[in-house]
Design a protein around this ligand. Structure first.
Ligand code: UD1
Ligand code: UDP
Length: 354
């Protein structure tokens, strides 16, 4: 089968690495990078260290408002699909690259496969929630990472082509965790020891685009007695500077540039607790058995909260501080994200459907 995969943002490179490797064993996989993320440490680093093939096309769309960015992608992907004529378009997750790929394909009557289908935060102020809903409703094959995702789709009347295959991020983590242990020198580079710090990531629009929320998060980080390593997403850096918060970060908050996946795995697995508003990082914390403090009011990854490994604290300074000091994380973990064979299962289903 001729598959055209659309990727464009950091988490999609990580998800695509194990699946593309598996896909190429039995299918033609044309890789399209929309260019949504373009800095070296938001894009190239993942292709290099995870062995993702050079994209066949880079659309170079770059940053813009929601509509402009999605519109430019839609136009460019449509042209490409007409020229390439793939049998199927594969999209990942919930970014603007996802919705552009799925919309362009479905309007040309090209079947769409959605990896990480069925997730819902039930918060339509998130651009990602709109991307998820639209993509799921135009997809023909829906690869769910969890049973909750299957239920969410059922509640919206989507039952055909739905498969719970587990999470491709589990495959990525299992494949890379030992490599990260062997190769990453990040702890030495930053002068850190195992468990003497907490890692933090922040990039969700609800936190970065609100001076109240971002100030509250910064205040919380600065007022605790714990070393915090903070690889700063470019969106967050922009707003930290714009709001005059950049220079207010205390010395124990170690601000660094975004890191590659291997360094990230090393940092997360050595961290006492993880502070984040990222979707992927919440899951990885659970997979690694590290307590997670999520600076959001809701999550798509409800199992991590239900099992006691994740706590939702919003952007509330007091709640963040309390969780940094007191949240422990539970002792039991279920097998909610599968066992690391999601890519294998996806390829089998794709083969059967061709
Ligand atoms: C996007 C996704 C989000 C995902 C995140 C992963 C959407 C709507 N959002 O959010 O779901 O969790 O990626 O990281 O698709 N920028 C750079 N260099 C880059 C990339 C971005 O400087 O390489 C800056 C630009 O100022 C840009 C801003 O970051 O305007 C936001 O980038 P964008 O891709 O629009 O959204 P993210 O916040 O990264
Ligand atoms: N990540 C990374 N380097 C960083 C921050 C995150 O490699 O500096 C990885 C992280 O381990 C996870 C993925 O990026 O695999 C999550 O991406 P992000 O938080 O940007 O997006 P989300 O998952 O929220 O869509």
């Amino acid at each position: 089968m001729k598959i055209l995969s659309v990727i464009g943002a950091r988490p999609q490179f990580i998800k695509c690495a194990p699946l593309s490797r598996e896909l190429r064993k039995s299918h033609e996989d044309i890789l399209v990078h929309t260019g949504q993320h373009y800095d070296h440490n938001m894009s190239d680093v993942f292709f290099k260290e995870l062995g993702i093939p050079e994209p066949d096309y880079n659309l170079g769309i770059g940053s813009a408002t929601q509509g402009e960015q999605t519109g430019k992608m839609l136009t460019a992907i449509e042209k490409l699909l007409i020229n390439e004529g793939p049998d199927m378009v594969l999209v990942y997750g919930d970014t603007n690259s996802t919705i552009a790929g799925s919309l362009a394909a479905s309007k040309l009557h090209i079947p769409v496969a959605h990896v990480e289908a069925g997730l819902r935060s039930f918060d339509r102020t998130m651009p990602e929630e709109i991307n998820r809903i639209v993509t799921d409703h135009v997809s023909d094959l829906l690869f769910c990472p969890t049973e909750t995702a299957v239920t969410n789709l059922g509640n919206e009347g989507i039952t055909e082509g739905v498969h719970n295959v587990g999470d491709v991020m589990m495959d990525a983590l299992q494949y890379n965790i030992k490599i990260a242990g062997d190769k990453s020198t990040i702890l030495d580079d930053l002068g850190l020891s195992h468990q003497d710090f907490m890692i933090a990531t922040v990039h969700r629009a609800s936190n970065t685009d609100s001076i109240e929320n971002l100030s509250s998060i910064v205040k919380a980080f600065c007022s605790v007695d714990t070393n915090i390593v903070f690889p700063v997403h470019p969106r967050t850096e922009k707003y930290l500077r714009q709001y005059g918060l950049w220079d207010k970060l205390s010395e124990h908050v170690n601000v660094i540039s975004p890191v590659g996946y291997l360094d990230m795995l090393k940092l997360m697995s050595s961290s006492r607790k993880i502070l984040t508003d990222s979707g992927g990082v919440q899951k990885e914390a659970y997979m690694l058995g590290v307590p997670c403090i999520t600076m959001r009011d809701n999550t798509e990854w409800v199992e991590t909260v239900d099992d006691g490994w994740n706590i939702l604290v919003g952007a509330d300074c007091g709640m963040i501080v309390d969780a940094i000091d007191g949240f422990k994380g539970a002792g039991v973990k279920g097998n909610v994200f599968g066992s690391g064979d999601a890519c294998d299962k996806i390829c089998t289903i794709l083969k059967e459907s061709s």
